[in-house]
Design a protein. Structure first.
Length: 235
């Protein structure tokens, strides 16, 4: 059944009332963004080394000529046949944003714990070209609380999303942000996890203005409908 059907003038009155709430939400989001930018920073003292198609790279090297760096922690563990479907959903949004981020002094990379050869195989399957490096054998994923050691699964609580919870899986999603000063020092400025990544999903934002919205209430879990983009039927 459709929603209540009304005359245009009655719809317009309801729409303007909603617009007032939307504007208030936008102002609050702007205020939250300012508060996010005002967070204190942490100097990165530990050295991290990643494997990439062009060879080894340090965290400082991932900036290129930019002073800001966003790292997406992509859930692809060693030996996995494919990357996480939800991370892949988000990754489908990356490439269109890259030139715009670069224009605002931001470099962007994805990092996974799988060996580089496994990352490259999945990248080729999905047709992606965004920068994607491996932290295999490095502590980076563990230090940023997006990977859990096998011996900890189901045995103890681990930190994720700034809280302790039972370790249930080896890989978890997140994004971390860094800044580099003129002297080459690198600082950790921000990280977000779980639903904090929701705003990055452009397709979700489009669904939010569609009549059925995300239409997930009756699913077993949020994102249960998501597939790798080459696995959808009747699309």
């Amino acid at each position: 059944m459709p929603n209540k059907v009304v005359a245009r003038n009655e719809w317009l009155e309801a729409r303007k009332a909603l617009l007032a709430r939307e504007k208030a939400f936008s102002r609050e989001r702007d205020a939250l963004a300012r508060q996010r930018r005002e967070l204190p920073w942490v100097r990165m003292e530990k050295e991290y080394v990643f494997d990439g198609p062009d060879g080894k790279a340090t965290l400082a090297g991932l900036f290129g000529k930019k002073s800001q760096l966003i790292v997406y922690h992509f859930m692809l563990g060693p030996g996995w046949e494919a990357g996480c479907k939800s991370c892949s959903f988000l990754a489908d949004h990356f490439e269109g944003a890259l030139p715009h981020l670069a224009a605002r002094d931001v470099s962007f990379v994805a990092v996974s714990r799988a060996p580089l050869a496994e990352i490259e195989a999945f990248r080729r399957r999905m047709g992606w070209n965004f920068p994607w490096l491996s932290s295999h054998g490095d502590d980076f994923n563990f230090d940023f609380h997006v990977s859990v050691r096998k011996e900890d699964i189901g045995k103890r609580k681990v930190e994720y999303n700034f809280d302790l919870s039972e370790a249930r899986m080896e890989e978890l999603p997140g994004a971390s942000v860094f800044c580099k000063d003129e002297d080459g020092s690198v600082f950790h400025t921000y990280s977000t996890y779980a639903r904090g990544l929701d705003i990055m999903l452009g397709a979700y934002n489009w669904l939010d203005i569609a009549p059925k919205g995300r239409d997930e209430d009756k699913l077993e879990f949020t994102m249960a409908w998501v597939r790798h983009h080459d696995k959808y039927e009747n699309s």
